[in-house]
Design a binder for this molecule. Structure first.
Ligand code: NG6
Ligand code: CA
Length: 509
């Protein structure tokens, strides 16, 4: 005799055995796919929708069809700590060794950590990271680039990874797919050193005649593809990337992932190389803006956004996919190569109305563009001035997928899901910004407190950016004075003291 049970009984049984991820059950009802497009060093003012003078029609369209944030922050003013915070839900200054990672750094986020991709993976999403990593790889230094390189993204919640291991300006200049360097010929192994030029290969310093783009500061070590980098490498000739092709390859790998996962929930973290240095656009984009390579790679980045949107449309996934577009930290002009970024700016102002830039405690360091689009769910053309941080993505997505995160995990992340999709006008009460040297600022309501620091007032290498460091405390009213010109400490000493105390509390929490 056969016993027939109603379908939901099977669901209940399987679910109680842990065989059905919660997410899959509710996928069609509430939970969208998520595509997070994470630009590198893109300033608040670099997008035309945010006031820039470089055409960014595809990114503008995201804003026209979605929700534009005007008061959003990356957690830090450089890449590694900013990404660390976004992926773990914890400010990076809590953990030693999370400053800008050298190209041969070992994994900074350890297996077993609570992570943004891990949360979504648990909910039944297929998860991928395509593009810049810069959070370290492997267990022990020195990394052997000729074997399986792990742990890495696959050990902390990503099902697929196609990576630039560190940055475009650091060796080895090769892609890593899952655990392996792509196109590596075992007869030509890769050797990397961040200390000495092991085999006397050409360097920018000794052989500038071999360069297609000259360095300005740093970046005078090994030469690959006519560009000198940070660090020394030899071997891996067939695996070396062509900088001109990076954007197209990242698009291709992303689209492959979207296609493969069109029938299940997915999370794609597309971490673009654009617009980090070296800025070397594909010939389709070289010269199109008349504003030099920095302008051209913004157009290339915009093309990437358009290509991903088009692919989603073609796959009929537009309505069921939430797209987030943002940047890891603020803008910089000369970040180590003579690419004419400053000379060709014209009226384009990457910094918007803000002071400082990448690396800085001032607003331009971490105040970044943020756009969220979800067709049919978010009202087109809406705007939000909610105070929100990328560190909030983790708990927001946990809430979206009905998951509880233990109190002592992801401690700096807040569930701001409603604000993120425009259902709520307000979000955080306060947040912490991190500049180089772990100098912290505290933003609460209209005010910002920058802790005193005796470091240099300008970033001590050639970028020509104010650090925001002063020996005395600083207090600004960001609403009245977004450019941080008037230090209010002598006018409002009590307010300063209170904010100082608040920052101390967060620091010690
Ligand atoms: C700096 C590099 C800069 C860039 C940055 C990291 C020098 C002189 N400058 O140390 O070019 O690579 O690190 O940028 O080496 S980030 O966006 O990944 O944080
Ligand atoms: Ca960056």
């Amino acid at each position: 005799m056969k016993i027939y049970l109603k379908p939901y009984i099977y669901l209940l049984i399987f679910n109680s055995l842990g065989l059905i991820p919660l997410q899959v059950k509710s996928q069609n009802i509430t939970s969208p796919n998520i595509v997070l497009i994470y630009a590198d060093d893109l300033g608040y003012g670099d997008i035309s929708n945010y006031g820039g003078y470089i055409p960014t029609p595809h990114i503008d369209n995201l804003a026209k069809n979605g929700l534009k944030f005007t008061n959003a922050y990356a957690a830090a003013a450089t890449c590694t700590p900013s990404r660390y915070a976004m992926l773990t839900g914890e400010y990076a200054w809590r953990k030693k060794g999370t400053g800008v990672a050298p190209g041969d750094a070992t994994s900074l986020i350890l297996p077993g950590s609570t992570t943004l991709p891990g949360v979504l993976q648990k909910a039944g999403y297929k998860t991928a990271v395509v593009g810049k990593w810069h959070l370290g790889l492997g267990k022990e230094a020195p990394i052997n680039w000729n074997k399986d390189i792990k742990p890495g993204p696959l050990e902390i919640g990503f099902d697929y990874a196609y990576l630039l291991p560190a940055t475009g300006d650091r060796v080895p200049t090769v892609f890593v797919e899952n655990h392996r360097v792509v196109n590596l010929d075992p007869k030509d192994p890769i050797i990397v050193s961040y200390r000495k030029n092991l085999d006397g290969n050409p360097t920018g310093d000794k052989n500038p005649e071999q360069l297609k783009m000259m360095y300005s500061h740093g970046h005078n070590q090994s030469i690959t593809n006519g560009i000198s980098r940070i660090g020394y490498m030899s071997g891996g000739e067939k695996a070396l990337w062509q900088d001109e092709d990076i954007a197209d390859i990242l698009i291709q790998k992303s689209i492959e992932f979207l296609k493969e996962n069109k029938n299940n929930p997915f999370f794609l973290f597309l971490s673009t190389h654009d617009i980090h240095v070296p800025r070397v656009p594909h010939e389709r984009f070289a010269g199109v803006t008349g504003k030099g390579p920095r302008g051209d790679v913004i157009v290339q980045l915009d093309h990437t956004v358009g290509a991903i949107e088009k692919a989603l449309e073609k796959l009929n996934l537009e309505e069921n996919t939430l797209i987030i577009f943002t940047s890891d930290n603020g803008p910089v002009l000369d970040d180590g190569y003579l690419d004419g970024a400053k000379e060709n700016l014209g009226n384009h102002n990457p910094f918007g109305q803000f002071r400082g830039g990448k690396y800085s405690a001032y607003q331009a360091g971490t105040r970044i563009p943020l756009i969220v689009k979800w067709k049919g769910k978010i009202s087109p053309g809406s705007k939000s001035s909610a105070l929100i941080s990328q560190v909030d993505f983790l708990r927001s997505f946990a809430a979206l997928t009905s998951q509880n995160i233990a109190k002592n995990k992801a401690i700096d992340s807040q569930n701001q899901w409603k604000a993120l999709i425009g259902e709520q006008a307000k979000a955080r009460k306060s947040l912490v910004q991190q500049a180089i040297r772990n100098v912290l600022s505290y933003v609460e309501g209209d005010y910002k407190y920058i802790e005193p620091h005796s470091g240099p007032t300008k970033v001590p290498w050639g970028v020509n950016i104010e650090t925001g460091f002063k020996g005395n405390p600083q207090l600004y009213n960001l609403r009245k004075d977004p450019g941080e010109t008037e230090n209010l400490v002598s006018k409002m000493p009590e307010k300063m003291k209170k904010m100082k105390e608040e920052l101390k509390k967060v620091r010690n929490s």
